[in-house]
Design a protein around this ligand. Structure first.
Ligand code: PLP
Length: 352
């Protein structure tokens, strides 16, 4: 296990999605109680639930801790795997860091705890690290699972890991180019060969996707002609994202009935809305989940599109929505103004 990437352990993919799907497919086997189970966070990015469903794997939910900045508690991981072992064969744990839709950035200590847990339970780690360049909160820092695993020493040298990256996020946002890669760490060479055979049958990502991925991992260096412009654009994009991350979370927290964790990273806020009973009943009458009811009203009355929390999963009885921080600062300010007006009116209409 070396800290430096070994080219033979890296496979290019048409976006991170393709690599994630290929690795999940590789991990799924067995029947009945022996069927492979894959642990995923709740809330999650729906690629995971969709992929598990397509490959008929057992979805094992572990809940992120909203009260502790959406971190991963090991007690919850243990609860979730202990329950799952009764009906399936847990094979892997997926972690999204920084988080989508929850925007958390895991501390180094939390990552170590997760690695220890995975090692103890003999789980393959799928580390979705596509937002690694999107870290905004003071004191927060991105630590890759590979780096932390490597630093934990020989005791963990047999821990299998796949790390995923993408051209779609960061300060690039080139999702249409379909570029990504997966780095495999400590994966059994025989299994790795099977994976490469599996993906080779689909040939390769587009040349443009590969070229953009190359630019992402080899940015202009000091002294090169485009370095100054590159740094100027990069710092503009990242600093405005940081400004919007704060603006949005502060804005939500200033409104009664809404609570929002710090948007530490990624590109989204995921506030909780405390809905009155009357609104929940009105939603039921329309056969909508309460958060979808709220989101529909927000779209129709204020022209702003958000995604209901039920699309990502959330603890029963809680309601959230995801709102991106991507629009320009001025637009975001206007959106927050519209939100405050809409929310106040909505709560008045449905107050108990
Ligand atoms: C957490 C996460 N993983 C993976 C992806 C997929 O990225 P790509 O466009 O590289 O397939 C996304 C896209 O939104 C994402 O949010």
């Amino acid at each position: 296990m070396g800290e430096f990437p070994q080219p033979n352990n890296i496979m290019l993919s048409a976006g991170a999605s393709e690599a994630i799907r290929a690795v999940v497919k590789l991990l799924v086997s067995g029947e009945g109680k022996d069927r492979a189970g894959i642990m995923i966070p709740i809330p999650q990015y729906p690629l995971y639930s969709a992929t598990l469903s397509e490959f008929d794997a057992v979805q094992i939910n572990y809940f992120l801790n909203e009260d502790a900045d959406w971190s991963l508690g090991t007690e919850e991981l243990q609860r979730s795997i202990d329950e799952a072992r009764k009906h399936c064969n847990p094979r892997a744990i997926c972690i999204i860091n920084p988080g989508n839709p929850t925007g958390q950035v895991l501390s180094r200590q939390n990552i170590e705890e997760i690695i220890k847990f995975a090692h103890k339970e003999r789980l393959f780690i799928c580390a979705d690290e596509v937002y690694q360049d999107n870290v905004y909160a003071k004191g927060a820092e991105f630590h890759s699972f590979k780096k932390v695993l490597t630093e934990m020493g020989d005791q963990y040298a047999d821990q299998e890991l796949a790390s995923f990256h993408s051209t779609s996020k960061g300060f690039m946002g080139e999702c249409g180019m379909r570029g990504g890669y997966c780095e495999l760490v400590n994966v059994d060479p025989g299994i790795q060969a099977q994976l490469f055979k599996l993906v080779s049958a689909k040939l390769c990502p587009t040349v443009t996707g590969q070229a953009v991925m190359d630019v992402v991992v080899n940015p202009p260096q000091k002294g090169e002609p485009s370095y100054d412009l590159f740094m100027e654009e990069k710092s503009f994009v990242l600093s405005t994202l940081a400004e919007k991350a704060k603006l949005v979370a502060d804005g939500f927290n200033s409104v009664e009935g809404v609570t929002c964790n710090t948007v530490m990273g990624a590109m989204y806020s995921f506030p909780q809305i405390h809905l009155p009973k009357k609104a929940i009943e009105a939603a039921k009458k329309q056969n909508l989940s309460p958060d979808a009811f709220y989101a529909t009203h927000f779209l129709e009355e204020a022209g702003v599109c958000i995604v209901p929390g039920s699309g990502f999963g959330q603890r029963e009885g809680t309601f959230h929505f995801r709102m991106t921080i991507l629009p320009p600062v001025d637009k975001i300010k206007e959106v927050m103004d519209r939100f405050k007006k809409f929310h106040t009116k909505f709560m008045e209409t449905y107050s108990d």
